[in-house]
Structure formats: C-alpha cells, structure tokens
Design a protein around this ligand. Structure first.
Ligand code: ZN
Length: 381
C-alpha cells in the first residue's frame, strides 16, 4: 500500500508526509474513523513511507530493500496486532492460546488482498463468525518482546494495532507502560472505529488522527481513474457505498449491477405496498433461492434507498444523487417513508441483514419482512 493507493484523504496524506520530513513522527498515534474510511490503508502507507530509504516528496520509492519487503508485508521492523479468537482445534495448551502471532498467515492474506475490509470479513477469515474477538494479554507480552529486540533494518520499529478497542481490559496495564515510555524509535499506530470503546488511559496517550468517511467525489474519481469503471457506474457505486470503500469493493464483487438490485427492490416494494399476497409470496419464493450475498446486497441497497427517501423528505431534491428511473422512484416513494415509520423500517432491514448473515431461513425471513413492510407502509400513509 502506497499513499497513491489510499482513496481520497489528500490533506491527511500531506500532513503525515510533513510529519516524516520534519522528523516529527509521534510515538503513538490513533487513527480513528468509521468502517471503510481507509484507516488501515493510511497506516500501511505511512509505515511504508517511514521505513522507505529513498522517500519521494509524495510517496515511498517502491524499489528500495525496505519497500520490497513491504510488498509482501515481511519487513522485520513492522509488527501487526489485531483481535483474534480461539478457533477449532486450539486446545488449552499455553503455547496455543489465541494471539495475533498465530494468525499472521490469514492476516497477511486479507491485507495483501486489500486493506479495505469489513470487521465481518476478518471474522470470516478466522472462521469465527459469531464469536467475540479480543486482543489478548499474550499479544501485549509479544509487543513488549518485539520492542525489546534491536531494530533490524530501520531506525524505527512500527507496531500497528488494528481495532485497539478490542484490547482485553486486564491486558491494558502492560501496554500502557510501553505506550508511555516506549523504547527509542518506536512508532505505535493504533487503529479504531469506535472512540467510546477505547480505554481512556490509552486514548490519552495517543495523538488523535481523525479519518472521516471518504468524500463521494474522491471515491468516484478513484473508481473511474484507478479501477476503470465507467463514469455512470463509478458515480452509482460511490453513492451506494456512502464513503465506505470496503462497501464499494463488496458491491463490485457481488457482481450485481446496481441496476439489477434496483429492479428487484422496486418490484418487491410495489408488491408490499399493494399487499398482493399471492404475488408477494411468489416473489419471496423466488428471491429466497438467490444466494446469501445477493440477499444481503439487496437489503443494503434498500437501506440506501430508505435513507435517500428521508433526505428527499427533508431537503426536497437537493440531496438526491441519483438519476433516471431511480430518482423518479424515490420521488414517488419517499412520501410513504416518513417520521411515522422510517426508524422501524430501517431497523427491520438491519435485523434482516443480521439474520441473513447468520443463515436464517430465507423464506421465513423475507415473508415476515414483507408483511411487516406492508403494515409499516400503511402506517406511513
Ligand atoms: Zn522505498
């Protein structure tokens, strides 16, 4: 990951580069931002830049020995810590207690694929979908060990801790001491999605770098110029992703044309609205056979549409970034999604996504949701 591969955030990139060139690299920084905003991507590009032996004014060189090791995430002075869990086959043997070092293989795989991923993608990679993941006290021991070693190839040793909010509370004191008085040349890059869940004592020891959602124009530009998407499609994906690039990648990988989601969604809403029970059940029957990813994508799409309806109600027309049929649809549909039912509708969709992810029976799920929607639409009239 180079700065040029990070979507948007040009001002932040410049700031980080200035830190390095003026030798003002803080020993502990907290990259805080919502999912898919690019915290991990920025931290990686920054770490590469710090380690690079032939830095340019805007990016790392890409060809020095350090950069070459970064290509495979094999730099000896770059350490990663992240939440893990006990997986199948792990016994209570002290040696095999969960800790980041045991999962470095899958971690490198997911990161090399793209540093823009959802927390749920990581759970899937670990194979622990419904389990809680933790940064364990064993991890803190490992960090202290890593930092006790002499730096191998660089004046800096960089420790990236992803999802610092998942740090086991009883493990915190060990880490705090190191955060407060780290060995010279240590750089901690802490990454978090949720400030409220981070221990206050950790928060107060790190310099805050706030990372906002990616601006729609920046994402659109990236999709078009770097990934070669046609302009109209780039615009649509950026709109649906809402500043979350992990979501943009998911939309692209789902292989559905957004247009197709729209067609299915519109048909469904019409049937719920008209309460044509027989047709509705036939629709449910057909859609239940679509894959889980497909179902999830359509529900996500529905959420975007409901949010747009609310925007349309409060700022008529101004907020709409859609064109053609979809715009027309929202203009007609939005009066029925309003203060009396919108929260319930959005909650019902979020719940449905939750249950699709956990393999609920799709027929039951979509039948229930359809009748629920029919009721809520009547309430909104
Ligand atoms: Zn380099």
């Amino acid at each position: 990951m180079f700065f040029k591969d990070v979507v948007g955030h040009e001002t932040l990139k410049k700031q980080l580069i200035v830190n390095v060139s003026k030798n003002r690299i803080s020993h502990a920084q907290l990259f805080l931002g919502p999912e898919g905003s690019g915290k991990l991507a920025l931290a990686l590009a920054y770490a590469r830049y710090i380690h690079c032996r032939n830095r340019g004014p805007e990016d790392a060189c890409g060809s020095c020995p350090s950069c070459i090791k970064f290509n495979k995430l094999e730099h000896p002075d770059l350490h990663f810590y992240f939440p893990t869990a006990k997986v199948k086959g792990m016994d209570d043997d002290e040696e095999k207690k969960p800790r980041s070092k045991l999962f470095y293989g899958p971690w490198r795989e997911i990161l090399l694929d793209s540093p823009y991923f959802h927390y749920s993608d990581w759970l899937e990679k670990l194979g622990v979908q419904n389990q809680q993941t933790i940064i364990y006290s064993e991890d803190c021991n490992d960090i202290i060990k890593d930092l006790g070693l002499k730096a191998f190839e660089s004046p800096y040793k960089i420790v990236i801790i992803w999802m610092i909010e998942k740090l086991q509370h009883q493990a915190a004191p060990k880490l705090l001491k190191t955060l407060e008085e780290p060995p010279g040349g240590t750089v901690f890059l802490l990454i978090s999605e949720n400030k409220d869940d981070i221990l206050k004592t950790i928060l107060s020891r790190a310099q805050l770098v706030k990372i906002p959602l990616i601006a729609d124009e920046d994402m659109e530009h990236y999709l078009e110029k770097k990934l070669g998407r046609p302009p109209a499609q780039a615009r649509q994906i950026a709109f649906l992703a809402g500043g979350n690039f992990a979501e943009a990648l998911r939309i692209m990988q789902s292989n559905n044309e957004p247009q197709e989601d729209f067609g299915i969604f519109r048909e469904w809403m019409r049937l719920c609205f008209q309460k044509k029970v027989k047709d509705l059940l036939a629709w449910v029957d057909k859609f239940s056979r679509a894959g889980r990813e497909r179902q999830k994508a359509m529900l996500q799409y529905g959420l975007t549409i409901f949010r747009q309806c609310l925007l349309q109600n409060y700022h008529a027309g101004q907020a709409l970034r859609l064109e053609g049929e979809q715009r027309e649809f929202i203009e007609k549909f939005s009066p029925f999604v309003n203060h009396s039912n919108a929260l319930e509708i959005i909650e019902a969709f979020n719940q449905a996504i939750y249950h699709v992810e956990r393999n609920a029976n799709p027929k039951i799920l979509f039948t229930d949701l359809s009748f629920n929607l029919a009721r809520l639409f009547r309430q909104g009239k």
